[in-house]
Write a protein that binds this ligand. Structure first.
Ligand code: AMP
Ligand code: MN
Ligand code: MN
Ligand code: MN
Length: 284
């Protein structure tokens, strides 16, 4: 009933904010955050649709950040969407992303695939371009048979069209979020290819910078993964968040709101969101 990590056409999701809210309504989601990559463009539309459907809307974003050459995704939740520090920070990341987009296209050209800049931009509907748009274009052109294959052959780290990128500084991004009155959440903690020691160091830096929570329950988390993430949260005195990372109905293995509950000993990231706490029944 609460899902704090989802994407729309404002970034690499395939549903408009309005269509996403309608899907949430049908999926019994009562509280949602739209957390598009590096943009707030979908927020107003989602908020308005939520108001019409009686769903609690939480402002959200998923920021691309770097720390010691490692890339992380930091969710910002429940911030003031008008805050200029955060808006300028997002603008900065957006510029880095737009430059990277040109480089990805150039590398795909070198790999013998034409017109990917135009193709991916069209699929992005003039909005932010992310790697899934390139993957969808490659699929559309018959270069690959699935989006996953596009990542595996071209787009992921170590493949010809991967562009190493220095994103916003992690600690700085956490500060943008907290200055805007929001909670910073480390997204999908087990999806980074890091040793335990490096992840612990990253979590220390995250917490030190003012980070609030770890995404303890993600879309496809197993019980073992939830336990492991909860251990990280406990050790670093962080709260827990829950989010499906929903992108598209075409990815049938992830559905909005279909999430396990947080372990009882983990404080939820919404602990201090009084209105939410008072309006939902969450097993604690
Ligand atoms: P970007 O922020 O442009 O680098 O794109 C990141 C997005 O691409 C993620 O949020 C996922 O939606 C998708 N993605 C990243 N890595 C993979 C992968 N290895 N396989 C499939 N999709 C991926
Ligand atoms: Mn994505
Ligand atoms: Mn992510
Ligand atoms: Mn995401």
């Amino acid at each position: 009933m609460i899902d704090l990590h989802m994407h729309s056409t404002a970034s690499d999701g395939t549903l408009s904010p309005t269509a996403l809210v309608e899907l949430n309504l049908n999926s019994q989601v009562k509280v949602m955050a739209l957390t598009d990559h590096d943009t707030l463009d979908g927020q107003q539309e989602a908020e308005q649709a939520c108001r019409q459907q009686g769903i609690h809307f939480i402002n959200g974003v998923e920021l691309s950040v770097s720390w010691n050459k490692h890339q992380f995704h930091i969710l910002g939740l429940n911030f003031d969407g008008a805050n200029n520090v955060l808006k300028q920070g997002i603008q900065q990341i957006r510029q880095i992303r737009d430059e990277r987009t040109l480089k990805i296209a150039a590398r795909l050209t070198r790999a013998g695939i034409e017109n990917t800049l135009q193709g991916a931009s069209e699929l992005a509907g003039g909005g932010l371009v992310a790697r899934p748009h390139f993957a969808r274009y490659l699929l559309q052109q018959g270069v690959v048979k699935t989006e996953q294959e596009a990542f595996d052959r071209y787009l992921k780290q170590g493949k010809p069209a991967f562009v190493p990128t220095v994103w916003a500084d992690m600690q700085q991004a956490v500060e943008w979020i907290t200055q805007a009155g929001g909670d910073a959440v480390l997204a999908h903690p087990l999806r980074y290819k890091l040793t335990g020691a490096w992840l612990r160091r990253a979590l220390d830096a995250f917490r030190e910078a003012g980070g609030s929570a770890i995404e303890v329950v993600c879309g496809q988390s197993t019980h073992a993964e939830i336990r492991q993430s909860a251990d990280f949260a406990e050790r670093h005195q962080l709260r827990g968040s829950v989010g499906s990372d929903f992108h598209s109905p075409a990815y049938q293995w992830v559905k909005p709101g279909r999430l396990a509950h947080l372990p009882k000993h983990i404080e939820p990231v919404w602990q201090d969101w009084t209105e939410i706490r008072n309006s939902i029944e969450y097993p604690q």
